[in-house]
Ligand binder design. Structure first.
Ligand code: SF4
Length: 465
């Protein structure tokens, strides 16, 4: 790397986390409304190779400890650079940024969250020009089809807002391209393992009707990437035989998942949250989560602050969903998948969705089928499970009948329970007021835990004898 770079640039820094007490400044992130990153393919004459621009205060002009609006615009040109490649080039901002010592980059598109560490700042990482120089070099080295590159960093709040609004329109236009193409219409899917640096077992399978869970790469983007960079993280997947068209299981996808996860996962049901769900890394746009009390799904996006209907915020569920592990009932999914006709097809699709965070709803209102518009609650109508049940019954949600049956069955079970339990042989022992049978007494007691969360810090299994 350049002699003058003040910090090291290496893949060993991928996965480096900068905690709040160690950060010099924060760029984007949850405390800031406007943030984004954007790659634009341009004609050769419109790109000045190596040019780095800064619009707004530079790093050394930002207040220590502050969170700032932030946009990064990368303009690229080359004979092989096409519009189709913009998303894929853009997604590499994530890993290339994380190669820079002391610069943390999370998420993608309109959701980026970056931090500069105090240590790196003190070593001299005090200007965006260093980040720009590092990114330009890495792009040229790793994606040699890029012949010219110029990068602009924005921290001026008004300018960031302007870029953000422009970027949202561009993301929407990219996403819209894949609508209309069905999984049945193609014989090739694509697989991406870019996130294995964070989630080593994770493999994305990208189909026309199932966008990547980061939401940044659709089937067209993946096809363009595999063509121009055949040794890169995105490769074609021969679809193979369709084992189950409802659950979305394909022999070709299974084979590639097993191979690229090094045997950790062997089967994917692409259109289900149960059985063999798609794995999630950590970059997902949104989380779909099962709510057992109503046998339905809730959905929440990264931008939603506060607890969801099950009492857990996005961040807590993200730790359960991520890491490349198949987790039944929890799924990280890309925003565009909500618009797919294959959305959770095996589990009931939209008819199974009962709760959606208002921030997510604002983004995907158009995806909600008309007959469900007034039947799916947000945190405003249903902040908890009991209010959700009430809402579903009042509004006649498709799951309301089943919910009433579940409630009736649970009540009958509760009423039956005392009759089944044998009386305690001797009184005297109580836990929280519950009489327990004396040692050797017959029968026992039934304890029903409703809405309980059980945490086990350690489980020791010993062989008897
Ligand atoms: S989430 Fe999937 S498609 Fe997106 S960068 Fe990660 S591995 Fe690739």
């Amino acid at each position: 790397m350049s002699e003058s770079m003040p910090v090291e640039i290496s893949p060993v820094y991928e996965g480096e986390r900068i905690r709040k007490q160690d950060m010099y400044v924060e760029l984007g992130g949850p405390n800031v409304e406007h943030k984004c990153e954007l790659v634009l393919a341009k004609p050769m004459e419109e790109v000045e190779d190596g040019k780095i621009s800064i619009v707004g205060p530079d790093l050394n002009e930002l207040k220590e400890g502050s969170s700032n609006p932030y946009a990064v615009v990368v303009e690229v040109a080359g004979k092989m650079v096409e519009k189709d490649l913009e998303s894929v080039i853009e997604r590499r901002i994530h890993d290339f940024s994380n190669y820079i010592e002391g610069y943390m980059h999370l998420n993608q598109r309109y959701d980026i969250w970056c931090r500069i560490s105090k240590k790196a700042f003190n070593k001299g990482l005090n200007s965006f020009k260093w980040i720009g120089m590092a990114l330009a070099k890495l792009y040229k080295a790793e994606m040699p089809f890029i012949e010219k590159i110029q990068i602009t960093f924005y921290t001026d709040p008004e300018k960031v807002k302007e870029i953000y609004e422009q970027a949202l329109k561009i993301y929407e236009a990219r996403d819209a391209r894949a609508r209309g193409l069905r999984d049945e219409d193609v014989d090739t899917f694509y697989s991406c393992v870019l996130c294995q640096s964070f989630a080593p077992q994770h493999v994305c399978i990208i189909t026309p009707q199932r966008v990547s869970l980061c939401g940044a790469i659709n089937w067209f983007d993946a096809r363009a990437a595999a063509k121009v960079d055949p040794k890169g993280p995105i490769i074609p997947v021969a679809k193979g035989e369709c084992i189950d068209p409802i659950r979305g299981e394909y022999t070709g996808a299974n084979e590639i998942v097993e191979k690229r996860s090094l045997g950790a996962n062997k089967r994917f049901w692409l259109y289900s949250c149960f059985g063999y769900p798609h794995t999630s890394c950590g970059c997902f746009d949104t989380i779909l989560f099962y709510i057992p009390e109503v046998d339905g799904f809730g959905c929440v996006d990264r931008g939603f602050k506060g607890p969801t209907v099950n009492g857990l915020p996005f961040s807590t569920m993200a730790t359960q969903v991520g890491g490349g592990i198949q987790t039944e009932g929890f799924l990280g999914i890309g925003m565009e998948y909500y618009r797919s006709a294959k959305f959770m097809q095996a589990d009931g699709g939209w008819n199974r969705v009962v709760w959606i965070a208002s921030t997510l709803r604002a983004r995907i209102e158009d995806a909600i089928p008309p007959h469900l518009k007034d039947k799916i609650a947000t945190e405003k109508e249903a902040p908890d499970i009991e209010s959700l049940k009430k809402f579903m019954i009042e509004r006649g949600h498709p799951l309301a009948k089943k919910l009433l049956e579940m409630e009736a069955a649970a009540k009958a079970e509760e009423e039956k329970a005392p009759a089944e339990a044998a009386p305690a042989a001797a009184p005297g022992v109580t836990i929280s007021g519950l009489p327990l049978p004396a040692a050797g007494g017959a029968g026992g007691i039934r304890i029903t835990l409703k809405g309980a969360k059980i945490r086990i810090n350690q489980l020791i299994i010993k062989k008897e004898g």
